[in-house]
Design a protein. Structure first.
Length: 326
């Protein structure tokens, strides 16, 4: 491996101050640092405007270079044009591996597309109301509201614990809840697992799953759903088995529960008594040569059945339940 490939990516960070809050600066730059070195950090706006006071107070702290853009005509955004011109100059210099465009404005969509066409990576950062066109034009898009979410959650847990000791239960404050995993997101995750699965081994590398998702959903971020990492989100999906290799890389694969349920139906109908129950040991001995649960990380047959819908078990018996129609 060459030394060049070991060097961190050189990034140009260009911030639209008119469309970005100064409160996100620390978390924004920490997030950017995960992907490379911010070799250039420029922020654009009309610095004579009182609206940018928050940014003015932290320019030196974060080594941000302010670029003055006067609003020459009311209703026209000079900041956009100045940022775009600078971005193209930096692109043609050939010194940068990627660009971080910080704005919630769809006017930067053509710029993101042009930079990507030149073979450079584009990371977009904006609010949750950022138009889809700009989000999709980036290689990765991050919602500013998600940045630093893991740290905020830790702080909130600590604050909540302290408050619980001094306040009555009815004094609890309602927190902003993360978005729930709906059927569309579950379908996206399952399809991405399938696309990332190595046919030779049957396992999917979690890092590759993330890459597959980003190809179709640049704005996907597990933090939107309350998970610090994609791996945690995958663990909450039903029907997956996980393992790690010697380099501590995580893999997962789908557990073929469909095959198991058909086998359980067959076994139950073979061995059920007049009272409608089948002996657990008898069914287990029938199933194991045909579907070895130990290969999927289950230590016992009862543990396996506890993860299967529509199966009722007792100490020594089991039966299949008919799903209730919705």
């Amino acid at each position: 491996m060459s030394n060049e490939s070991l060097k961190p990516a050189k990034l140009a960070v260009l911030i639209d101050a008119d469309n970005t809050t100064a409160a996100c600066a620390q978390n924004l730059l920490e997030e950017i640092a995960k992907y490379g070195i911010a070799s250039v950090k420029r922020i654009y706006g009309d610095w004579s405007s009182p609206m940018l006071h928050g940014w003015r107070s932290i320019l030196l702290k974060h080594a941000l270079v302010p670029i003055q853009q006067f609003a020459y005509t009311k209703g026209k955004d000079a900041t956009d044009m100045g940022l775009i011109i600078d971005a193209m100059d930096l692109l043609y210099s050939g010194h940068f591996d990627g660009f971080c465009l910080v704005s919630s404005d769809s006017d930067f969509t053509p710029l993101a597309s042009r930079i990507r066409a030149s073979g450079r990576v584009v990371y977009g950062f904006g609010k949750v109301n950022t138009p889809e066109a700009f989000r999709q034009a980036c290689d990765r898009f991050f919602y500013i509201e998600n940045l630093g979410e893991a740290e905020k959650q830790k702080d909130e847990v600590g604050i909540a614990s302290a408050s619980a000791l001094s306040e009555p239960p009815d004094a609890a404050k309602l927190a902003v809840k993360p978005r729930q995993m709906d059927s569309a997101i579950k379908s996206l995750l399952n399809k991405s697992i399938k696309d990332a699965t190595d046919e030779a081994t049957g396992w999917a590398f979690v890092g590759k799953i993330g890459n597959v998702i980003s190809e179709t959903r640049p704005d996907f971020d597990s933090r939107t759903y309350g998970y610090a990492k994609l791996s945690g989100m995958l663990r909450d999906l039903r029907g997956l088995q996980f393992r790690t290799d010697e380099a501590n890389r995580m893999y997962c694969r789908k557990i073929p529960f469909g095959e198991l349920i058909r086998l359980l139906d067959d076994a139950f109908n073979r061995f059920k008594s007049a009272k409608g129950w089948a002996n657990l040991d008898v069914v287990g001995k029938y199933v194991k040569p045909r579907w070895n649960w130990e290969e999927y990380g289950f230590e016992s047959f009862p543990e396996l059945l506890s993860k299967v819908d529509h199966v009722e078990i007792t100490n020594d018996g089991m039966r299949m339940q008919t799903p209730v129609a919705s």
